[in-house]
Design a protein around this ligand. Structure first.
Ligand SMILES: Nc1ncnc2c1ncn2[C@@H]1O[C@H](COP(=O)(O)OP(=O)(O)OP(=O)(O)O)[C@@H](O)[C@H]1O
Ligand SMILES: [Mg+2]
Length: 231
């Protein structure tokens, strides 16, 4: 049987604005099987990032349910959420969000700081991951000394540090030129082929084409969900 890693049912997300509340997600339902590569597309303001933040346990839904790896994560307290996030989720952002005063190696080791791993093991793991993303010769560099593509490689290595079941990325190539974007996308594909489930929010057609399944969001609902159309 195929393993369902994500199950969303009728998920809504509302934000309070003054005296009223505004509903951004209006009943999102879908299931993700282990090993899928999905892109989420849709116009600006449609709710893509809001959805990804919920999937990544950086935000919580208002109504509906979310099961992650078989666990009900719909309504957890902050501590349990961060624990689950650390265990299941890797997140890559458009703006990399690296720590500027830390080296590439230290940035990648960061997710291990909240676990009981030994420093030596963490260092070896971070080194292996930086080699994996093609940065073997930049481990002691700080982010400001590196290109955008190299910084995104660090962010990707960091996201993989705890061997997440799901890798989420919000516009990961949004700051990169097209050649660098393709290199980063190739890395996402390789990581997916190694078994990690990947979900990418994107405006970029080349990113959307890399995914095998495309979910189109419009005004907080799913407009379509199916195999990526290759033109
Ligand atoms: N914390 C918040 N409080 C109030 N409204 C919010 C909040 N976060 C997001 N929104 C609103 O939700 C809507 C969807 O935002 P979201 O960032 O999910 O869109 P998006 O599809 O990612 O857009 P883009 O493609 O521009 O990144 C927007 O109208 C936004 O203003
Ligand atoms: Mg967004």
């Amino acid at each position: 049987m195929m393993e369902e890693v994500i199950q969303l049912k009728n998920v809504t997300r509302s934000f309070v604005q003054g005296d009223s509340s505004i509903q951004i997600l209006k009943g999102i339902t879908f299931t993700v099987t282990k090993g899928e590569f999905i892109s989420i597309i849709g116009s600006s303001g449609s709710g893509k990032s809001t959805l990804l933040q919920i999937l990544g346990l950086l935000d919580t839904l208002t109504t509906g349910s979310y099961f992650l790896g078989g666990h009900d994560v719909s309504h957890l307290d902050d501590d349990t959420l961060s624990h689950m996030r650390n265990q299941f989720i890797g997140f890559v952002f458009q703006n990399f969000y690296l720590i500027p005063y830390a080296t590439a190696l230290e940035n990648v080791m960061l997710p291990g700081m909240y676990t009981t791993q030994h420093t030596k093991d963490m260092k070896e793991r971070a080194q292996a991951l930086l080699e994996r993303v093609g940065l073997a010769d930049r481990m002691q560099f700080k982010p400001s000394m590196l290109s955008g593509g190299q910084q995104q490689r660090i962010a990707l290595a960091r996201a993989l540090f705890n061997e997440p079941a799901v890798l989420l990325a919000d516009e990961p190539t949004g700051q990169l030129d097209s050649k660098t974007s393709v290199e980063i996308l190739d890395l996402f594909s390789e990581i997916n082929q190694d078994g990690t489930t990947v979900i990418v929010v994107t405006h970029a057609p080349e990113t959307a084409r890399t995914a095998k399944r495309t979910i189109v969001v419009k005004d907080g609902v799913i407009l379509s969900d199916g195999p990526t159309q290759k033109e």
